[in-house]
Design a protein around this ligand. Structure first.
Ligand SMILES: O=C(O)C(=O)C[C@]1(C(=O)O)C=C[C@@H](O)C=C1
Length: 182
């Protein structure tokens, strides 16, 4: 049973499927936020800055292409992924601050950023598939907003998100129901 899943907040393996028609989408959004913990661990204590404008441009160019292939609006999809990047930086900055204030909580191993980015690329494809699957629902603003609130609330509980990841999730979910103009 998903509610029986326990463990520490930031490294629990996802077990619960969040609820409603946007549950799979919010689960993927949260998984991307969790991978941001690994991104932060790969950069903390190195010269590599949290902001990498070159990589961001690569991500956004890539999603525009994939969106066009799926028949989704590239601008709307890029706006969604811009929010995912902003949310990732909220997590990274929050963890940097936490680890600086409490060095005993800082990671003791440094994961490889190239491998993490390959994982982010996989999540990008999965997220795009969910955006495609949910396109009809997301085009209905009121139903979408209700479904999104339901999915986000269930995700927060089932995945036991801490305040930092909750805050990031709010930013990441901002444009899920934005009107699809095309
Ligand atoms: O790949 C990185 O270095 C990340 O920090 C991840 C990410 C992203 O969310 O895709 C976030 C911030 C960076 O500016 C670039 C990309």
């Amino acid at each position: 049973a998903p509610l029986a899943a326990s463990g520490r907040t930031s490294d629990t393996v996802m077990t619960g499927k969040s609820l409603g028609r946007l549950g799979s989408l919010t689960d993927l959004i949260v998984e991307r936020l969790r991978v941001s913990d690994d991104v932060a661990a790969s950069k903390f204590g190195t010269d590599r800055p949290i902001d990498d404008p070159v990589r961001e441009q690569q991500v956004l160019d890539g999603v525009r292409k994939q969106a066009a292939d799926l028949g989704l609006d590239p601008d709307a999809v890029a706006a969604f992924f811009q929010d995912q990047i902003t949310a990732s930086k909220i997590v990274q900055r929050g963890l940097f601050a936490r680890w600086t204030a409490h060095p005993d909580e800082a990671p003791t191993t440094r994961p490889d950023l190239a491998q993490i980015r390959a994982r982010l690329d996989q999540l990008t494809t999965a997220l795009l598939q969910q955006l495609d699957t949910t396109e009809d629902l997301r085009a209905k603003p009121r139903r979408c907003t209700a479904e999104l609130a339901f999915a986000v609330d269930s995700t927060v509980v089932l995945q036991r998100l801490d305040p930092l990841h909750r805050r990031a999730l709010r930013t990441a979910a901002k444009s899920v129901c934005a009107r699809w103009t095309r």
